[in-house]
Write a protein of this length. Structure first.
Length: 71
């Protein structure tokens, strides 16, 4: 029986060198509205970095209270 649930909100790319699924190793800010995600291959240590829109920036409307309870 598995004790921990694996979060799958971040898509893990496959390593270009050996075809193994990479592991998210770091998330860092990368300019206004973006973040860099670093993925490492557990087999060959190849590093893959992608720049993506910051999910917190995308959800600002929701977090600032656009959502209201029904009347």
């Amino acid at each position: 029986m598995e004790r921990f649930h694996r979060a799958s909100a971040v898509a893990q790319p496959v390593c270009d060198r050996c075809g193994i699924r990479t592991v998210l190793s770091r998330i860092t800010p990368d300019g206004p509205g973006f973040e860099s995600r670093s993925f490492e291959c557990p087999k060959c240590d190849h590093l893959y970095i992608e720049r993506v829109p910051d999910p917190m920036e995308q959800s600002k409307g929701y977090l600032s209270g656009e959502l209201r309870p029904p009347k």
